[in-house]
Design a protein around this ligand. Structure first.
Ligand SMILES: C[S@@+](CC[C@H](N)C(=O)[O-])C[C@H]1O[C@@H](n2cnc3c(N)ncnc32)[C@H](O)[C@@H]1O
Length: 266
């Protein structure tokens, strides 16, 4: 099951932090040992900016970008139209027409629940000699997301928002190893916290406004949206004070998985 609200994605707001958002995508790409790939799918491709990097690393590959947000896909088509085939589908029920040399996903699969089933299924779509490569934010327990949930659970919006609050979507790293090791020949997992240097006032609120906060905000009546956002902002300002130079450090944890099936061919 997916917890993504496809209508809550705004590509322009999302791309405001394009540099910081693409960095883990490139770090993931750097650890993929394939020299050639003919078929690649980018799951949760969003506005298509990572597809562009995939096409540079694997020239000639047939790339498919899958996303269930029409807004995101429209942006992908208008900015990177010829780079990939674009498919509107929910990853939870998606399957490729043929097994892929690489299934790649940056910052998308944490929107899905029941990861054991999701990851086993995706590994099944990878060809022998191919790779499943995934990066997911692992920010659920960190102040940015924990405080947002805390504010959602209290106040006049609680009744509307409580049913939308999720269990932690990303499991302990070892669980992914246990799920993938029987299906793949090598499983490389690592975690990193990026100490993101953010400018301006309320940068953490601004960052989550285009991702985790969006489905909650959109579920509220228009007159509750501002007060809810302000209440979250006040908590975040306390948790992420400005540093000596007026900038804000926003620690952001991400989990990476590169699972290889069989022996990788060059
Ligand atoms: C944070 S954006 C990442 C976009 C892109 N991969 C990148 O690295 O910039 C997450 C994307 O995943 C998509 N998404 C989330 N859940 C999805 C699902 N169940 N099926 C398809 N796409 C999904 C969203 O629509 C959104 O475009």
């Amino acid at each position: 099951m997916s917890q993504n609200n496809p209508d809550s994605w705004d590509p322009v707001r999302y791309l405001k932090y394009a540099g910081q958002r693409v960095r883990p995508a490139l770090d993931l790409l750097a650890r993929i040992p394939l020299e050639n790939a003919h078929t690649i799918t980018d799951l949760g491709c969003g506005p298509g900016n990572v597809v562009e990097h995939l096409s540079v690393r694997f020239p000639g590959a047939r790339i498919t970008g899958v996303d269930n947000s029409a807004e995101m896909l429209n942006q992908a088509k208008s900015n990177h139209g010829d780079t990939a085939d674009w498919v509107q589908a929910d990853v939870a029920g998606w399957s490729p027409k043929e097994p892929q040399d690489m299934i790649y996903s940056n910052a998308a699969l944490h929107w899905l629940d029941h990861h054991e089933g999701v990851f086993s299924r995706l590994a099944g779509f990878v060809k022998p000699g191919g790779v499943l490569a995934v990066q997911m934010p692992n920010q659920f327990a960190e102040p940015s997301h924990a405080l947002m949930r805390q504010v959602a659970e209290h106040g006049p919006w609680a009744e509307t928002l409580k049913p939308l609050l999720r269990e932690a979507p990303v499991a302990e790293p070892g669980r992914y190893y246990d799920w993938l090791a029987p299906l793949c020949d090598s499983v490389d997992i690592w975690q990193t916290a990026y100490m993101q240097v953010m400018e301006g006032d309320d940068p953490v609120l601004d960052w989550i406004s285009s991702t985790a906060l969006a489905p909650l905000r959109d579920a509220l009546a228009p007159d509750q949206r501002g007060p809810f956002r302000d209440a979250v902002g006040a908590e975040l300002r306390r948790a992420y004070p400005k540093r000596v130079d007026g900038k804000t450090l926003f620690a952001f944890r991400r989990l990476f998985i590169v699972a290889i099936k069989g022996t990788v061919k060059g």
